[in-house]
Design a protein around this ligand. Structure first.
Ligand SMILES: [Mg+2]
Length: 333
């Protein structure tokens, strides 16, 4: 049904019904002039805002409404996770082109609220307007953190080791498929598209890491390992030496990259949208942290290099050569 036939009030009522399952009874969610939520004692508020524009960040009709809802929230929760915070509430604003119908909007909210429910995040409000151009999704996400536990980009020291919570490049492999489809096994196709469309934010992992008190800097991998490690380097005024043999390329990237005459390593370094956490810890703290992490999450953390005094991004190749790396991944402008 056309949104204009359904009417804005009815659409918002339907959105409110979907969001209601994420909002606790003592909060004021959708339906008043503003939301009312509570902060735990001693907590600080963490806020992240993200804007996704059709044609730049996603393509219609390639991405389904549910996947778009999931991904739009996932990328915001990932930012909150990188700060070591517990996500609490989100606000969702949509600028809707006339060709989209109300079913699309509600399916978007189904995808979004399913992920919100999983992490006990309240969908508290937002806005819907008509767009004369592309679909625009804007999400504001808020979380809480103890001031002494907040993870920033700026605390890495030369000698700290650089780690990530998972293998990289699967989302970029999915993007290759979307840009130029080729014949490949169904399971591989499904995994690559799943990685691209339904990234899973490392919410529990970020919170856990923050509570260990040894992480010196953190960021989530949204633009690609090289670009994001550069952000840590700049904020922490240091450099990094990556070890090629240690960089965890995702099996999906290993399988798909060669079909496009690309190196899996390129997808891992420059691909982006992995939404794994990238963080630094003092070398002496690494093995205890890695062991405790493995016990808690049944999956390893990967050490991919170390921070250096020299303010460059460098890599020791498998052959033992030193290379200075240039970032070639996603540029916003
Ligand atoms: Mg981020």
């Amino acid at each position: 049904m056309k949104i204009s036939d359904l009417g804005e009030r009815t659409l918002i009522k339907k959105i409110a019904q979907l969001a209601a399952k994420t909002v606790s009874p003592d909060m004021v969610g959708i339906g008043d002039d503003a939301a009312v939520t509570r902060l735990s004692q001693g907590s600080w508020l963490v806020t992240s805002k993200d804007l996704l524009v059709e044609g730049i960040h996603f393509l219609l009709p390639e991405i389904s409404a549910q996947d778009l809802g999931h991904k739009s929230l996932a990328v915001n929760l990932s930012d909150l996770a990188a700060m070591g915070s517990i996500p609490r509430q989100v606000y969702v604003a949509l600028a809707l082109p006339a060709h989209l119908d109300s079913e699309f909007v509600l399916a978007f909210y189904e995808g979004l609220t399913a992920l919100a429910e999983h992490f006990k995040v309240a969908v508290c409000g937002g806005d819907t307007v008509a767009s004369p151009g592309p679909l625009v999704v804007s999400i504001t996400a808020q979380g809480e953190v103890r001031r002494e536990e907040v993870l920033l980009r700026s605390g890495a020291q030369p000698g700290d080791v650089l780690c990530t919570t998972g293998p990289l490049g699967a989302s970029a492999a999915g993007l290759l498929l979307l840009q130029a489809d080729i014949d490949c096994p169904t399971a591989l196709r499904r995994s690559a598209l799943q990685a691209h469309y339904r990234p899973w934010p490392r919410v529990e992992e970020g919170l856990w890491l923050a509570r260990q008190g040894v992480v010196t800097a953190a960021i989530d991998i949204s633009d690609g390992l090289l670009k994001d490690v550069q952000e840590i380097c700049e904020a922490s005024r240091c450099g990094v030496l990556l070890r090629e043999e240690k960089i965890p390329t995702h099996p999906v990237a290993e399988a798909l990259a060669p079909l496009y005459n690309q190196a899996p390593l390129t997808l891992a370094l420059n691909g982006g949208e992995d939404y794994e956490l990238l963080f630094t810890v003092p070398r002496h703290a690494f093995s205890a942290l890695a062991q405790a992490y493995q016990e808690r999450f049944q999956t390893p953390i990967y050490m991919l290099g170390e921070m250096t005094q020299e303010r460059k991004v460098q890599m020791i190749t498998k052959e033992g050569n030193w290379e200075k790396l240039e970032f070639t991944g996603y540029q916003h402008f």
